[in-house]
Design a protein around this ligand. Structure first.
Ligand SMILES: [Zn+2]
Length: 708
């Protein structure tokens, strides 16, 4: 995952403004504005401008960000109100330079808010969210500022700009356009109304769904009904009165417990509770969906687009909903054919157990688990001794990067860290030149959000003469005492993944920070990271790092085969359920403004039927519309396809390497020169095609999933 700080992704957050808190906060005093008191107000003097965590205190963040907001506001007003004719330097470049303090302090703040938070930081986060939203409006709804950009944009060909500067102008102009700056005063008012309605509806969807998830939890009073379920788990779910067990619902359609519940009626009960959690009763989300898709369609129409997806895909690699649908159509036949074969195999398994019922969605994971044990059994305890953390990082992740890109590393113990488990490495080019600083924060702790991500403390840019300072965060359980840290294969793969994002940031070679490194669209940003996962199982790399932590012996081939083989288990199901959800997302967001949806369930049924994604009866969508929070409460409206899209890119890219000699310096350099170093300076589709020699194909992805 690539983390995005809220200033760059304001559409994703909806937090109610709370001014009263601000007054109560004693840290808001003027003393903090003094740079001798607040280390964030001046540039760090550490190597690479790395944040000086030996000096930064929690109470420094809010005053620094508020000062940053004020400085940027002053700069923006000066640009907008300038009497001079607009030029690239006095307008575009001036805006690019306007947020230096704000960016510097918020980058450090949001890193800690994600990986090492506490009540103080949480309170600051909540207070700052509406201020960041207002800051964005201050820029993108500033009419005078927009007119200066428009003047420049309309004569962009005559400005003699270098390619990157031209791209910067275009990006800013498009952001103004997307925000509605080109509308008449009346239409701007309408847009504000739509935006506020959308914000209200997405918040309402999120709240209603939360209630639906909570009240949807299923209580069992008879222990026999829960046969097969882990005892420790059950203990933690005992009701307070001791008279039963309450099983909470997970976000997805399938529930984890369905894999182990022996009792078929119980499975059906749990599944149906998940399926119907939000299409009936007090927590029905269907009216919200109807209104939301309608307002989104109206907003798109106001901005001159046929539908919401068309509007929201403008700056992506896929570009149009038609391209996304074409991508889906290529995958659907292979996915559903494999799902059908899996369904047949499971039906056989049911029969072999002496049962004669027809496979239903609530049976799938229970019997698929039996198939997995029989055909793909991979025992994590057998493989973990070969995946010791330091070996994986230094002899695996760094080794692969050395073979491909020539980079080397040295641990730096002199750079202050924000938590004792964090380590810092300095990375170097092949010729010994400095590349940047790399922080690893790998262990789980209560102050850290779940998952794994990468981001920058300092973004590369020639404008500020900055080399990147980058961190990777994972959530690996920390063993007690001096026990070795042994990883699951999943954790190994995640380390390679996050370092793939890091490479995208380290190789950035941009003039402007806002175009640097990972500042690309959602359907591209996960490509370098997923691509880097491929090297984890590459024979030369694996031989180098997968060494038994006690004996030093290499991982046996039989175990490697098991890891590879297990990657194809249940992939027909998994791809079909994902495609079904992705397809629902696109269909909901390609409705035109004049179309009224009467019945949400009927729309959903028809959407799946038209695309033949309902071909295998026992494979439901990963999310139904009524609990699809990514698209109706989060920021993924018309964007859920991105996961599958980048999966296509990375397999297709790896296929190029496989057919061109694999892990070589030459191949790595070419990939670095044409992809990893380019940031957001080129049109992504063209960037990819120039490197690959053709458009991306779906065949390598289908092969990797075992569907071909
Ligand atoms: Zn990622």
């Amino acid at each position: 995952m690539k983390k995005v700080i809220p200033f760059l992704a304001l559409a994703l957050i909806v937090v109610a403004c709370n001014n009263s808190k601000e007054k109560e906060n004693p840290n808001n005093s003027n003393e903090e504005m003094n740079s001798t008191e607040n280390p964030l107000l001046s540039e760090s003097t550490l190597p690479y401008g790395a944040p000086d965590f030996s000096k930064i205190k929690d109470e420094n963040f809010q005053p620094a960000m508020i000062e940053g907001i004020a400085q940027q506001k002053k700069a923006v007003e000066a640009i907008a109100n300038s009497e001079e004719e607009p030029t690239f330097n006095n307008t575009v470049l001036a805006l690019e330079k306007s947020g230096e303090l704000l960016n510097r302090s918020s980058q450090i703040f949001y890193s800690l808010a994600g990986s090492n938070t506490n009540e103080t930081l949480q309170a600051v986060e909540e207070e700052m969210a509406p201020k960041f939203a207002a800051q964005r409006d201050m820029i993108y709804l500033n009419e005078k500022l927009f007119q200066r950009f428009k003047t420049l944009y309309e004569k962009k060909e005559t400005l003699n700009l270098d390619a990157e500067s031209l791209k910067l102008l275009e990006e800013y102009y498009e952001d103004f356009e997307i925000a509605g700056a080109n509308l008449s005063a009346d239409d701007k008012e309408k847009l504000k109304e739509y935006n506020s309605k959308i914000a209200t509806l997405t918040t309402k969807f999120g709240k209603t769904l939360l209630d639906a998830n909570n009240t949807g939890a299923v209580t069992f009073t008879n222990k026999e009904d829960l046969a097969g379920v882990d005892e420790d788990f059950l203990k933690s779910k005992e009701s307070k009165d001791g008279k039963g067990w309450t099983i909470p619902l997970q976000n997805t359609t399938q529930q984890p417990l369905l894999q182990s519940m022996d009792n078929r009626a119980s499975r059906e009960k749990l599944f149906k509770a998940a399926w119907h959690r939000a299409d009936q009763g007090a927590n029905d989300t269907r009216e919200i969906i109807k209104e939301l898709v309608e307002v989104r369609a109206q907003k798109a129409q106001l901005l001159g687009f046929k539908n919401y997806a068309e509007w929201s895909l403008q700056k992506t690699m896929a570009k149009t909903p038609e391209n996304v649908n074409k991508f889906f159509s290529g995958l659907i036949p292979a996915a559903t054919a494999k799902a059908q074969a899996e369904s047949d195999e499971i039906q056989k398994m049911i029969k072999s157990k002496g049962e004669n019922f027809t496979l239903e969605p609530w049976d799938w994971n229970y019997y698929a688990e039996m198939v997995r044990k029989e055909k793909y059994d991979l025992d994590e305890n057998q493989i973990k001794p070969y995946f010791e953390l330091n070996n994986v990082l230094e002899k695996g992740v760094f080794y692969a990067a050395n073979k491909l890109y020539g980079i080397t590393y040295k641990e730096r113990t002199d750079i202050p860290v924000y938590q004792e488990d964090v380590k810092v490495y300095e990375l170097f080019e092949e010729n010994g030149d400095a590349l940047g600083l790399f922080y690893t924060d790998y262990f789980a702790r209560p102050s850290k959000s779940g998952g794994a991500w990468m981001d920058n403390f300092v973004t590369q840019s020639k404008l500020y003469n900055k080399k990147p300072v980058i961190y990777n965060v994972l959530n690996i359980p920390k063993p007690a005492g001096n026990e070795p840290v042994l990883l699951t294969y999943d954790e190994v793969s995640t380390m390679f993944h996050e370092f793939g994002h890091a490479l995208h940031g380290f190789f950035a070679n941009q003039q402007y920070p806002s175009l640097s490194g990972t500042a690309v669209s959602r359907d591209f940003v996960e490509f370098p990271s997923q691509f880097n996962e491929n090297w984890a199982l590459y024979p030369d790399v694996l031989k180098n790092y997968a060494l038994h932590y006690k004996t030093g012996e290499q991982i046996p081939q039989a175990l490697i085969d098991k890891i590879k083989n297990s990657a194809t288990f249940n992939q027909g199901y998994s791809l079909t359920e994902n495609l079904a959800a992705s397809n629902l997302d696109i269909q909901w967001h390609t409705i035109s403004a004049d179309k009224k949806i009467e019945d949400v369930n009927a729309f959903e049924k028809d959407a799946l039927n038209r695309t033949k994604l309902d071909a295998v009866h026992a494979v439901p969508p990963r999310y139904r519309s009524t609990y699809f929070s990514h698209i109706f409460a989060g920021g993924y409206g018309a964007g859920y396809y991105s996961y599958l899209w980048t999966e296509m890119l990375h397999h297709d890219a790896y296929n190029w390497f496989e057919t061109h000699g694999g892990l070589t310096r030459e191949n790595g350099q070419r990939f670095r020169d044409m992809i990893l170093s380019r940031g957001n300076t080129l049109e992504l589709e063209k960037m990819y095609k120039d490197w690959r020699g053709s458009d991306p194909k779906i065949e390598p992805m289908l092969k990797a999933r075992g569907l071909k």
